[in-house]
Write a protein that binds this ligand. Structure first.
Ligand code: NAP
Length: 291
């Protein structure tokens, strides 16, 4: 429902395209924000199979929609259908938010900067001159690695089950940002050494995500020192078993809800030009994301 409590002829439509998408928490977060901000805007979830993406993007433009979010599996596939990319989308090579302006489709990425904002707001952590270990080399790891490197991290180590994927991401980080980066395996000796020297460990693999509840069995919490900030990008369950174990080691921990929130906060502002009602959006997520 728009802020007027009803859909009108003037209601502007936005939404998230994904496949599957019914589990998405974006509609509750953005609709709460639009209503609080007095905008006659509404946000829906669109189930778009991969083969239908070109038509769905053309449809956004044809219907004069304001914008959209993209989620799995569309973030990289959309690139070739867009008219412009912002520097953030170009750096990461993926798009999680779109805006239609003068009939042009503009792609942007707020995943990496959303994570960065969560780090600074919720853990008072700035990446400059910091050593970062990222577990995983998928889409989320890519956004985090490239953004932290661009914002001045000293060194990025990417540990991934498929080591070659991590090596390739590390090479890309180094090439695009000039920051030293290395891809390693999950073999205990290499991983233990990387954990022991890291200022920040980011768990960006999908291990431990609902309906799973186990921590990665290849990661030993005893490698962590209490001065290391430990993040898990997963926001369900909250907290993950991985974060519980890090907490027991005395580490400051951060779950993935902040990244979800701040990528949304930044998308809201990019679409509306308004300051986002952060606490309203957080409350909507906390109310709807199950523990
Ligand atoms: P993805 O592209 O599918 O990548 C999955 C990653 O997990 C890969 O590195 C994969 O390794 C690794 N992995 C999967 N199963 C594994 C196992 N059994 N052992 C070791 N490694 C394993 O997924 P993604 O989009 O990057 O998402 C990763 C996580 O981040 C998900 O849990 C997602 O919910 C979360 N996320 C959170 C936010 C947020 O806003 N908080 C945003 C995006 C994603 P291989 O390369 O070897 O397959």
């Amino acid at each position: 429902m728009s802020s007027l409590g009803m859909i009108t002829g003037n209601t502007r439509i936005l939404g998230v395209m994904g496949y599957p998408v019914a589990h998405s928490f974006s509609p509750v977060m953005y609709n709460a924000a639009f209503a609080h901000s007095g905008l006659d805007w509404v946000y829906l979830a669109f189930s778009v199979p991969p083969g239908n993406l070109p038509e769905a993007l053309a449809g956004l433009r044809a219907l004069g929609m304001t914008g959209a979010n993209l989620t799995i599996p569309h973030k990289e596939a959309a690139l070739k259908h867009l008219d412009y990319l912002t520097p953030e989308a170009d750096l990461i090579g993926a798009v999680n938010v779109l805006r239609i302006e003068n009939d042009l489709l503009i792609g942007h990425n707020t995943d990496g900067t959303g994570f960065l904002q969560s780090l600074s707001r919720e853990a008072n952590f700035i990446p400059q001159q910091k050593k970062v270990l990222i577990l995983g080399a998928g889409g989320a790891a890519r956004a985090v690695a490239l953004t932290l490197a661009r914002r001045g991290a000293l060194e990025i180590v990417i540990a991934n089950r498929t080591q070659q994927r991590g090596v390739e991401l590390a090479l890309e980080v180094q090439k695009k940002t000039g920051v030293k980066a290395e891809g390693i395996s999950l073999e205990p000796e290499a991983l233990a050494a990387a954990v022991q020297t890291a200022d920040l460990v980011v768990q960006a693999s999908s291990v431990g995500m609902y309906p799973q509840s186990e921590a990665p069995d290849w990661f030993k919490p005893e490698w962590l020192s209490p001065s290391t900030l430990v993040c898990d990008l997963i926001y369900r369950p909250r907290p993950t078993r991985f974060l519980q174990l890090a907490d027991q080691r005395g580490c400051l921990t951060l779950d993935g809800l902040g990244m979800l929130l701040y990528q949304g906060v930044q998308s809201f502002t990019w679409w509306t030009g308004l300051t986002a009602p952060v606490e309203i959006m957080r409350q909507a997520l906390e109310r709807w994301v199950p523990d």
